[in-house]
Write a protein that binds this ligand. Structure first.
Ligand code: HBI
Ligand code: FE
Length: 291
């Protein structure tokens, strides 16, 4: 089970058997295109000097800015030429097995809709800005592209072994909320961070959260916050290293995890590599963007 409430159990009317729908790009309103342009301009300003090289390079390679919501018919040939990935639209959250099957076949699923103007800073369900601006630039990186496919394949296996909650934590702490160490210091690559103006600053600069070195088994034991800024972020040494870690057989790791206790969101272990010991002041104030 995922953490989200699925609206549908079977593809809704108008969706194909694999849950995909047409982007129907011509149907977006001027206001919706302008919403993309506002979010894009704001994020690119914030992300300069904060996002990792691969992400910024990806936004340039895909030409994501200035023209409103990207037309997937134009974006997909560029992405396909780089790493063989493509983006398909879905009506909302899809069941885990459907999600994994798309990833295993190098198809990234994106929400078709874009957030309303009163939701610029926060919404719970992934829209096309989160999915395409947040996730797709990293898919232009060959190592990240392989990692995401491996995750899709691993998801199908984890499900059958009853280890999906553990694997989902890996996705959460890397694909959605990962940090990376670069020559210039810590940088952002997680889609949940880079698609959020406030979390882009919080994740990197706020004294509140812990920033700890990535360790596969440790991350798979760590609980996470679904509806607020994270209390701990994990730092990968490189995308290559992340990919290498996930190309190993997870079965012995799953076996070790069976008896292991879950780790609370704010815990620092003696074995952790600590980049930042967080004050946790934000969480102590009650969180959810508390002033
Ligand atoms: N569906 N559209 C969509 N987007 C997601 O990110 C997504 C999903 N379904 C399931 C899911 N994520 C998660 O269950 C996995 O990451 C574990
Ligand atoms: Fe996401």
């Amino acid at each position: 089970m995922s953490d989200f409430e699925h609206v549908f159990e079977t593809p809704p009317p108008g969706a194909a058997a694999d849950w995909t729908i047409s982007q129907n790009w011509r149907a977006y309103s001027e206001e919706e295109h302008a919403t993309w342009d506002i979010l894009y301009a704001r994020q690119m300003q914030i992300l300069s000097g904060r996002a990792c090289d691969a992400f910024l390079k990806g936004t340039r390679a895909l030409d994501l800015g200035g023209g409103g919501i990207p037309d997937l018919a134009l974006l997909n040939p560029k992405l396909k030429a780089l790493t063989g990935w493509e983006v398909v639209c879905v009506p909302g959250l899809v069941p885990d097995d459907v999600f994994f099957d798309h990833l295993a076949n190098r198809r990234f699923v994106s929400g078709q809709f874009i957030r309303r103007r009163d939701q610029l800073d926060y919404l719970q369900e992934p829209d096309i800005f989160h999915d395409v601006f947040g996730h797709v630039p990293m898919l232009t990186d060959p190592d990240f592209a392989d990692y995401m496919q491996a995750y899709g394949q691993g998801g199908q296996r984890a499900q059958s072994l009853g280890m999906l909650p553990n694997l989902a934590r890996l996705y959460w702490y890397t694909v959605e909320f990962g940090l990376i160490e670069e020559a210039g210091g810590l940088k952002l690559f997680g889609a949940g961070i880079v698609s959020s103006a406030t979390e882009s600053v919080f994740a990197l600069e706020d004294p509140s959260p812990n920033r700890l070195g990535f360790d596969l088994e440790r991350v798979m034991r760590t609980l996470y916050r679904i509806d607020d800024f994270q209390q701990t972020y994990f730092v990968i040494p490189s995308v290559e290293a992340l990919k290498a870690v996930t190309l190993q057989d997870f079965e012995p790791i799953y076996a070790a995890l069976k008896g292991a206790e879950e780790i609370p969101v704010e815990t620092i272990l003696p074995t952790d590599r600590v980049f930042t010991k967080g004050s946790q002041a934000y969480a102590a104030r009650g969180g959810r963007f508390a002033a």
